[in-house]
Design a protein around this ligand. Structure first.
Ligand SMILES: CCCCCCCCCC(=O)SCCNC(=O)CCNC(=O)[C@H](O)C(C)(C)COP(=O)(O)OP(=O)(O)OC[C@H]1O[C@@H](n2cnc3c(N)ncnc32)[C@H](O)[C@@H]1OP(=O)(O)O
Length: 251
């Protein structure tokens, strides 16, 4: 068990270093033996380690603000220089309904380990009903941005988003950011100031910034603003502590 968890978190830690890289299948005509071997290996790999469904991609429930902001940041993930496409300053992070699906073989692991468990923010199957979001990270600026559309199941005060749901998103985005920067972490402290309510169904932007890193501690601040950036909804600071796999096993 400890070994499989070790493998699992090795995959998880790859989040910060090009997790989604896969062997491309070369074009058919004129393929060499080596190329077809590569293709077979890739096919075998995808059979043995099926890709989990990425829930951070657009679906039909996404409104105009959500789509506009997604397309804006997505366009910054790739830049064209002298006719060639290069990685841009931003990167979209994939998102699954269990964190262990980041590991190689995570789809199978997910069936073996507490098979009914689901990531809190990704456990509602009805598209658009709860948390619709996508996270982008900018390594150079050490910054994360999340575009979040809050569905009708997240109601707190009538017509508005529950404070716990907002806290959940802040913890998730700041936690993802801290993981990206520092590997495996747990939230030790989260302070939130709610400045103005968020309407149900609206799209907001969460921005997460690295304040400082000290040994095991990663300090992050986060703010939530309206889609056009004109209104501040929420501000937060958080402390994440780096942990080891044995911390999780012993939990
Ligand atoms: C890719 C997808 C990623 C998705 C991200 C999802 C993010 C979700 C994140 C979470 O929700 S995690 C779940 C909620 N958090 C927890 O359940 C954590 C529960 N708490 C613990 O397990 C432990 O308290 C913890 C691991 C955080 C710390 O215990 P340790 O024994 O490792 O640390 P220790 O108590 O020795 O403290 C280490 C340092 O941190 C400081 N510290 C600990 N807790 C603190 C605190 N709460 N506030 C301020 N400082 C704190 C402590 O003072 C000390 O400072 P110094 O080294 O300077 O002396």
């Amino acid at each position: 068990m400890a070994r499989s968890l070790g493998q699992m978190f090795k995959g998880f830690l790859r989040l910060g270093s090009g997790l989604t890289t896969r062997t491309p299948c070369p074009p058919g005509p004129g393929s060499t033996h080596r190329a077809s071997l590569l293709c077979t290996t890739a096919a075998l790999q995808s059979f043995l380690f099926p890709k989990p469904r990425d829930l951070s991609l657009p679906n039909s429930s996404w409104g105009p603000d959500m789509m506009r902001l997604y397309e804006h940041y997505n366009s910054l993930c790739e830049v064209e220089t002298e006719g060639e496409k290069q990685p841009g300053p931003w990167r979209r992070l994939p998102s699954y309904n269990r964190i262990l699906k980041y590991a190689t073989g995570g789809v199978y692991l997910s069936k073996i380990i507490q098979s009914k468990a689901r990531l809190f923010t990704r456990n509602i199957k009805q598209q658009g009903a709860a948390f619709e979001y996508v996270v982008f990270v900018n390594k150079e600026e050490q910054k994360c941005v999340c575009v979040f559309q809050a569905g009708h199941l997240l109601e707190g005060p009538p017509g508005h988003v529950h404070g716990g749901a907002i806290a959940t998103m802040i913890d998730s985005v700041a936690g993802t950011h801290a993981t990206y920067l520092s590997g495996l972490v747990l939230t030790a402290n989260l302070n939130i100031n709610y400045r103005s309510p968020i309407s149900l169904g609206s799209t907001v932007v969460l921005e997460s910034f690295l304040d400082k890193k000290e040994d095991r501690k990663t300090f992050i601040s986060c703010k939530v603003t309206s889609a056009d950036g004109s209104k501040l909804h929420t501000e937060a600071t958080a402390l994440f502590l780096s942990i080891t796999v044995s911390n999780i096993i012993g939990m």
